[in-house]
Design a protein around this ligand. Sequence first.
Ligand SMILES: [Zn+2]
Length: 276
Amino acid sequence: MNHALKIITVVFTMLLVVFFIIVSFHKETEITNAGPIPKVFDAKTTILPSPQAKQLERKNLVESVVSNKTIYLTFDDGPSYLTMEILDILKQEKVAATFFIVGTNVDKYKEVVKRAYVDGHTIAMHTNTHKYNEIYSSLDNYFNDLKIVKNKIYNLTGVSPRIVRFPGGSSNMVSKKYSKGIMTNIVNKINSKSYYYFDWNIDSGDASGKLNKDAIYNNVVTHLNYDTNIVLMHDAGTKLSTVQALPQIIKYGKEHGYTFARITKDTRPIHHKINN
Ligand SMILES: [Zn+2]
């Protein structure tokens, strides 16, 4: 009897030990599955708003005319060495446009950003790094990145930018690879931070880098028919055909009764369907 009791006690103790091992292992796997929140931004990469930033005077302000037939020319991924050429064309044609700039390009082209502002264009944000795996890996990463480009623009122009375009647009299919539902989450939060995002309804097709100026021109002018025409173009250093197509696009617009305007928070938003 005594012997049987000993066996039961030993077996019971062993079961108890096994139970605790299983419980603690399970907890551990739960923590592992949750994964650490990726932090790609730290104090070193934080750019603070400069207390000395003075608002630049918009000496050469180009009129931005909104009508019932308006073209909003938008340039993503700059500034680059080509942006100056684009600014020259816009100045000559007295046409206002919108530049969705990438923060990591700003340091090399500070004067270009300043000139674009002084000339009366909208300086808008296209993130600091444009690296999908970083910006779209979490909500915090996206907004921390945006703050960097925002402060860079503020430090140069004295004005806080409010207009945003997401790399790949709000309809991009790539971001979900890094964080499922991230575009829905960003879009839900963006207005509460007083930012306004814009996609496009006319794609010049210049992103591929394979089109010549005539193909870019045709892509734009054959699709003009909305009252709000937001045209996607790029002013990255490889997009020479875009610069070459620009005078013809402006000419066509003017000859067909369109006005040109820059995007502001009051512009009718063009938003894609979100796919995440
Ligand atoms: Zn882009």
